[in-house]
Design a protein around this ligand. Structure first.
Ligand code: NDP
Length: 291
């Protein structure tokens, strides 16, 4: 069996086209969705992500505000900037690029962002809403995975999803979104004994660890759908995932590549959440205009 490749870049492109259309409609009504991105320090990977987000935002006609601060920024200063953005009517989404320098408490920063503008979906209120099946901003990477599966027409209900990784931003919320869609969910992590025993039971296997080639052919059930979230570098410095792609593609029914898999979907869902926030914040005006 050779797996079908889930082309994240192509799916992202389709979703972005729809977002752009909606942005145009909003702009005709004098509402421009705006995303503020805060970058603290000189982490090169963070800078690259922020640049990609800013570019994607502009491409779709959204307003993008990039705020850059030095590595030694104090926590209070950052919190007061976030409060300003919470009140800023031109901003509908606020994203603080993680990780933050040691002197800043990440959770305090996440909690300072208004849940109504928390387009990353990391605020405990949005996490709680997601867990209780309410409308919420879903974290972008897990949300992107669900949208990819929808696009290939794969119904997760009744399937066994095994998630390798339990971080707050990828692993845990991925499992929750699968559960919300009636999958049976197993989480694996660094303390899991016999990883392959669990992953071999998966109809859908999500690898979100950050270890190159952790998932080999021996970890995968024939016909499984394999989603590779990992972002690592190979010996030549090329981007690669957590899955041994060449071996696993002969066993899986579907597989996401790295790059051009989950990555483009993550940024797309950030833009989707920003649009959603703008529509929600201006709900009353939009209703009045439609009357
Ligand atoms: P974290 O480092 O926060 O979490 C990694 C998880 O992997 C932890 O839960 C850890 O377990 C688990 N783990 C570590 N070693 C093993 C092992 N040997 N077997 C099983 N589980 C293990 O990473 P993130 O969740 O933030 O990111 C995961 C990967 O996804 C990274 O490569 C990251 O770069 C990438 N990523 C990609 C995105 C995209 O858009 N494509 C977006 C975000 C992340 P424990 O909890 O026990 O420590």
């Amino acid at each position: 069996m050779t797996a079908k490749i889930i082309d994240g870049k192509e799916i992202a492109h389709k979703v972005r086209k729809n977002i752009a259309k909606e942005v145009e409609i909003l702009k005709a009504k004098k509402i421009t969705p705006g995303l503020a991105v805060i970058l603290v320090g000189n982490n090169q990977a963070s800078r690259a992500y922020v640049t990609m987000k800013e570019k994607a935002c502009k491409e779709l006609g959204m307003y993008s505000l990039l705020l850059e601060y030095p590595e030694d920024l104090g926590q209070d200063e950052l919190l007061s900037k976030i409060e300003e953005l919470n009140q800023d009517k031109s901003i509908h989404g606020i994203l603080v690029q993680l990780p933050l320098p040691k002197q800043i408490n990440e959770m305090a920063v996440i909690e300072a962002i208004s849940p109504e503008k928390d387009v990353d979906g990391f605020h405990p209120i949005n996490i709680g809403r997601m867990m209780t099946g309410q409308d919420a901003f879903y974290p972008c990477t897990p949300y992107g995975i669900m949208v990819m599966l929808e696009h290939i027409g794969y119904d997760v209900a009744g399937k066994h999803a095994v998630i390798v990784g339990r971080s707050n931003i990828v692993g845990k919320p991925s499992g929750q979104l699968f559960l919300n869609k009636n999958a049976t969910v197993t989480y694996c992590h660094s303390r899991t004994t016999d990883l392959a025993y669990h992953t071999k039971q998966a109809d859908i296997l999500v690898a979100a660890v950050g270890i190159r080639n952790l998932i080999t052919a021996e970890h995968v059930k024939p016909g499984a759908v394999v989603i590779d979230v990992g972002m690592n570098r190979d010996d030549e410095g090329k981007l690669c995932g957590d899955v041994d792609f060449d071996a696993v593609k002969n066993i899986a029914s579907y597989i996401t590549p790295v790059p051009k898999g989950v990555g483009p979907m993550t940024i797309t869902m950030l833009l989707f959440n920003t649009l959603k926030s703008a529509k929600k914040i201006h709900e009353k005006e939009l209703q009045a205009l439609n009357c």
